[in-house]
Design a protein around this ligand. Structure first.
Ligand code: DC
Length: 210
């Protein structure tokens, strides 16, 4: 079983993907972390983010088993990741690794931007999780405040918009819903309600396959 989950930054797809993987006992890969790990390796080595050959080389060395969400969640790593994510050679290298991951038994949940459209085009379940830019910025803002940090809502909102433009506007594998994807708009839906909807879609797909 392969479950493909796509959507823009901060729409809640990661939380949903983890919960689905836990419920069904499937493996989970946040594919954004593979782009982030590549970017971090380049930054750590003091290498340019503009050289596609060097970036591809780093992408091929990424170890999917060693992705640390806490370390990779830093803002500047996200920025660098969205820059190298426009490079076709980097995408090819990471997509190869992601496709190998998707074959794990008894199933895999992959979340990202191009899972349903490129990486796992034959996935029996495709979800597109979205929310308005305002709601996504508000959630990120509250996450930081709740963690005891300080944040500027306007700056976060501008950042969300900029990230959307880059993810949706690139030529190679732009962010968009797969034709047969089920759309989950979490602007006014709790994560619990989104999970229950996803669960009924997955259960229906599992009984079709049985
Ligand atoms: O979801 P995230 O913020 O961790 O992703 C970091 C960057 O990686 C994001 O700007 C877009 C890119 N990305 C991508 O191009 N394709 C994916 N499948 C996942 C992430």
């Amino acid at each position: 079983m392969i479950i493909a989950i796509d959507g823009p930054a901060a729409a809640g797809k990661g939380t949903l993907a983890r919960r689905i993987a836990e419920t069904y006992g499937y493996h989970h890969l946040d594919t954004g972390l593979t782009y982030r790990a590549t970017a971090k390796a380049l930054l750590d080595a003091g290498l340019s983010l503009d050289d596609e050959t060097i970036a591809e080389d780093m992408a091929r060395k990424v170890d999917l088993a060693g992705l640390d969400r806490t370390v990779l969640s830093r803002h500047e790593i996200g920025e660098a990741a969205s820059k190298i994510a426009v490079m076709p050679a980097v995408r090819r290298a990471l997509v190869d690794a992601q496709r190998r991951f998707a074959l794990k038994t008894p199933g895999a949940v992959l979340d990202g931007r191009d899972i349903g459209t490129v990486v796992c085009q034959d996935a029996p379940v495709k979800l597109y999780v979205t929310a308005s830019a305002e709601v996504r910025a508000r959630r990120r803002f509250e996450e930081i405040i709740d963690a005891g940090g300080s944040a500027d809502y306007d700056a976060i909102f501008a950042d969300v918009k900029r990230r959307d433009e880059r993810d949706m506007g690139r030529t190679d594998s732009p962010l968009k819903p797969a034709e047969e994807a089920y759309l989950l708009d979490t602007s006014e839906m709790s994560i619990e309600a989104a999970f229950q909807t996803a669960k009924s879609i997955i259960d229906a797909a599992l009984s079709r396959n049985a």
